[in-house]
Design a protein around this ligand. Structure first.
Ligand code: MSP
Length: 648
C-alpha cells in the first residue's frame, strides 16, 4: 500500500465557509476516496488557520476573543464537513499545541541552517493576504492590494527575515527536475517566472501582534502567519513530536504528497513552503495543485467582494451529494468557473434526475415486473455494452489520476448514454411481451443494469451516499465496494431481489426554485442589482439619513394569509396599509409561521418597492423580519398603531 497524503489549505476563521472553500475540500475528498479505492494508504488532512492580524481584527470587530471566534467557525466547519460527507482523517487547528510544537521545530532547523537574520522591514501591507507588497505591485494612487482591491497600509518594523533569495536556484532546479511539482503547467510557468525575476528575502515574524505563536528566542516577535500556517502540513503528522510515526510514513517515506490550493495562494505553497522545507532539510511535496476560482458575476467569489454563495440552500434542496456532483462536474479543475443557481438546477435535472435517475428507474421497473422482481439472467455471450464499459472505465481512471474530474464524469455519462441507446435499439419493453424473446429481453436489461452498476461504482468518490443508493436500487449489494476492481464488467449477480424503486433524484421545478432563491435570499443571492449593495458592504461605508429615508417603511395589518402553491417557503399575505385597496405581499416565512397564526397581526412593510413576481404571485412590498441564522422572525410595533404609520 503506497502512502498517499492529500491536504486542503487550512481555512481562515474570519468567515463561515462558502462554495469556494467547499470546493477545495470536496475535490480533496474525491481524490482521497478514489485513492482509497485504488488501494493506497491515504491520509487526508484539512483544518483551520486561526492566527494573524486578519483574525485578531475580525474578532475585535465582533467584540469577542479571537479563540471564541475561531471556536465558533470551527464548529461550523465540522458540521459542514460531516453534512458534505468529507472523509478527512485529521483536522488541524493552528491554535493547537501539537501545531505550535511543529512550528518551533521547523524554525529551529531553519535557524540551524543559518537562514534567519533580523532587519528593519518597511512596505505596504495587506491584512487580507497577510503579506507585504512593493510599490509597483499595487494598483492606483490608493495603493490597492492586487488581489483584494482593498487599501494596503504602510508598516515599518524590525523583523526576522528568511533568506529566501538563497533558494532561487534550488527552486528553479526543483521545478526543472519535477515537472509535476506544480500543476497545471500554466501555474508552473507562472511560478517559475516569478522566481526567475528574483526573490527577495522574506520577513517571517511580526512585531506588535499578540495573536500568534511567539517566535522562539525573539522576544516581542510573533511567527509570520504563513510560516505558521504552511507548517500545518507536517505538524499534523507529528513533526516535532515524540511520536512522529505518521510524519515518517507520509512525509519522509516513499509515496505521494499533494497540496490542493486555490490559485491565489500558489506562491506561498510553490515558492515559500518548498524553500522553508529545503532550508530545514526536509522532503518537499510531490505536487502543489492549484485550481481556479468560482466566480460570480465575473468576479472571484469572496467575502470582501460581497458575492459569495453559501451552500445551505443547495444542500437543503438538492442534498449534499448533488452539490458535490455539481462542483466536480461543472469546473474544469485548474480553470475558473461561474456559479449560478440556474446552472445548478439545470445540471441536476438533466444529469441526475433525467440521465441517471430515469435510467435506473426504467431498468428496475421493467426487470421487477417481468422477471419476478429480480435481476434477470446475464447474456450467454458478451454484451455489446461490455466493450463500451471497459473503454469508459479506462478513460475514467486516467482522468481521475490526472485530476481531470469533469472528464472522468463525462466518461461515465458516455457509458450511461450508450446504455440508453442500447435499450432504445433493443426495446426490451417490447421483447418481454413475446415469450420467445423473454430471454433476450432479460439479457438486454441485465446489460443495462450492469452498465449502471459500473457508473455508480465510478461515482462512489464523487457522490458516496447516492452512488451507494443506486447500487442498492439495482441489487448490486448493500455495502459500497472497497476497491476499484468493482469497475470490472460482469459484477451484477442475476437473481438478486430488486427493491421497489424510489425516486433517487426528484425533479426540481426550475422556475419555482429560482423564485424561491430570490425570495429567501434577496437580490444578493441572485446576482441581480447587487452592485450598489456590494460596494457598501465591502468598504463598510455609512449611508446618510436621506438615503435611509428613501426606503418607505410602514405598519400594516395582515388580513389574510395562505400558502403559495408548490413552495415550501412562501406565504401570500393580504395586508391593510391604511390605503384604499389592500396589498398582496409574498413573504418567505412559511417554514416558521402558519397562515392562521399571523392573520390579525401588525407587521412592518417596505412599501415603496417595485412589484416583483414570486412563484407567479405579484408581491407589492416586503415584510420585515429579523434574520436569525436564515430563519425569519417577524417585526411588529410594540403597541397597535394605525395602519400605514411611517416607521423611522
Ligand atoms: N488560510 C489561508 C490558507 C493557508 S494554507 C497553509 C487561506 N485561507 S482562505 O480561507 O482564504 O482560503 C482557503 C482556500 O479557499 C484557498 O485555496 C482559496 O483559493 C479557496 N477559495 C476561496 N475563495 C475561492 C473561490 N471563489 N473559488 C475557489 N476557491 C477559492 O487562503
Amino acid at each position: 500500500m503506497s502512502p498517499f497524503y492529500v491536504t486542503t489549505p487550512i481555512y481562515y476563521v474570519n468567515d463561515l465557509p462558502h462554495i469556494g472553500h467547499i470546493y477545495t475540500t470536496v475535490m480533496a475528498d474525491v481524490i482521497a476516496r478514489y485513492h482509497r479505492l485504488a488501494g493506497d494508504r491515504v491520509r487526508f488532512l484539512t483544518g483551520t488557520d486561526e492566527h494573524g492580524q486578519k483574525i485578531e481584527r475580525a474578532a475585535a470587530q465582533g467584540g469577542v476573543e479571537p479563540i471564541a471566534l475561531a471556536d465558533r467557525v470551527v464548529s461550523r466547519y465540522h458540521e459542514l464537513w460531516q453534512e458534505l460527507g468529507i472523509s478527512h482523517d485529521d483536522f488541524i487547528r493552528t491554535t493547537e499545541e501539537r501545531h505550535a510544537q511543529g512550528v518551533r521545530a521547523i524554525i529551529e532547523r531553519i535557524h540551524d541552517a543559518g537562514d534567519f537574520y533580523v532587519d528593519r522591514h518597511e512596505g505596504w501591507y495587506c491584512t487580507g493576504c497577510e503579506t507585504f507588497y512593493t510599490e509597483k505591485e499595487l494598483e492606483g494612487d490608493d495603493k490597492l492590494c492586487p488581489d483584494h482591491g482593498t487599501p494596503t497600509e504602510w508598516k515599518s518594523e524590525e523583523n526576522v527575515f528568511f533568506r529566501l533569495s538563497k533558494y532561487t536556484e534550488p527552486l528553479l532546479a526543483w521545478y526543472r527536475d519535477n515537472p509535476a511539482a506544480v500543476r497545471p503547467e500554466t501555474r508552473l510557468n507562472e511560478v517559475r517566472s516569478f522566481v526567475e525575476s528574483g526573490l527577495r528575502d522574506l520577513s517571517v515574524s511580526r512585531a506588535n501582534l499578540a495573536w500568534g505563536i511567539p517566535f522562539p528566542d525573539q522576544p516581542g516577535q510573533t511567527v509570520y502567519v504563513w510560516l505558521d500556517a504552511l507548517t500545518n502540513y507536517i505538524s499534523a503528522l507529528g513533526f516535532g513530536a515524540a511520536d512522529d510515526a505518521l510524519y515518517r510514513t507520509f512525509w519522509e517515506g516513499e509515496g505521494t504528497r499533494i497540496h490542493l490550493v486555490g490559485k491565489d495562494i500558489l506562491r506561498f505553497h510553490a515558492v515559500y513552503w518548498p524553500a522553508f522545507l529545503m532550508s530545514a532539510g526536509l522532503p518537499l511535496p510531490s505536487t502543489v495543485w492549484a485550481h481556479g476560482w468560482w466566480l460570480r458575476d465575473e468576479k472571484k467569489m469572496s467575502k470582501s467582494v460581497g458575492n459569495i454563495v453559501r451552500p445551505d440552500h443547495l444542500v437543503e434542496r438538492f442534498g449534499a451529494d448533488s452539490l458535490r456532483y455539481f462542483l466536480v462536474r461543472e469546473m474544469n479543475f485548474g480553470q475558473d468557473a461561474s456559479f449560478s443557481d440556474q446552472a445548478f438546477v439545470e445540471r441536476y435535472n438533466s444529469d441526475l434526475a433525467n440521465d441517471l435517475g430515469n435510467t435506473v428507474s426504467r431498468l428496475v421497473t421493467l426487470s421487477r415486473k417481468n422477471f419476478d422482481g429480480a435481476v434477470p439472467q446475464a447474456p450467454a455471450e458478451e454484451s455489446p455494452l461490455a466493450e463500451a464499459a471497459r473503454t469508459a472505465v479506462a478513460d475514467y481512471r486516467k482522468a481521475m489520476e490526472d485530476f481531470s474530474f469533469h472528464r472522468a464524469i463525462e466518461a461515465l455519462w458516455k457509458l450511461l448514454s450508450q446504455a440508453n441507446g442500447y435499450l432504445v435499439e433493443n426495446e426490451p419493453w417490447k421483447l418481454v411481451k413475446d415469450p420467445g424473446h423473454r430471454e433476450a429481453a432479460g439479457a438486454v436489461l441485465w446489460s443495462g443494469l450492469e452498465a449502471v452498476r459500473v457508473v455508480a461504482t465510478g461515482l462512489l468518490p464523487v457522490m458516496p451516499d447516492t452512488a451507494l443508493a443506486v447500487l442498492r436500487a439495482i441489487a448490486a449489494g448493500d455495502e459500497a465496494p472497497g476497491s476499484l476492481d468493482a469497475l470490472a464488467w460482469g459484477g451484477l449477480a442475476p437473481g438478486a431481489e430488486l427493491p421497489a424503486p424510489e425516486a433517487l433524484f426528484p425533479r426540481i421545478d426550475k422556475e419555482a426554485f429560482l423564485e424561491e432563491v430570490a425570495a429567501s435570499a434577496g437580490p444578493a443571492a441572485t446576482g441581480a442589482g447587487t452592485e450598489e449593495k456590494d460596494d457598501k458592504e465591502t468598504d463598510g461605508s455609512m449611508i446618510d439619513i436621506e438615503k435611509f429615508f428613501e426606503t418607505e417603511l410602514r405598519t400594516a395589518t395582515v388580513t389574510a394569509a395562505e400558502a403559495v402553491p408548490k413552495s415550501n417557503k412562501l406565504l401570500k399575505l393580504t395586508v391593510d396599509l391604511g390605503e384604499e385597496a389592500p396589498r398582496t405581499v409574498v413573504a418567505g416565512i412559511a417554514k416558521q409561521y402558519q397562515p392562521e397564526e399571523i392573520v390579525g397581526r401588525q407587521v412592518v412593510i417596505v412599501a415603496n418597492l417595485e412589484p416583483a413576481k414570486l412563484m407567479g404571485v405579484e408581491s407589492q412590498g416586503m415584510v420585515l423580519a429579523a434574520d436569525v441564522g436564515g430563519a425569519p422572525v417577524l417585526l411588529h410595533p410594540d403597541t397597535e398603531v394605525p395602519n400605514g404609520t411611517r416607521v423611522r
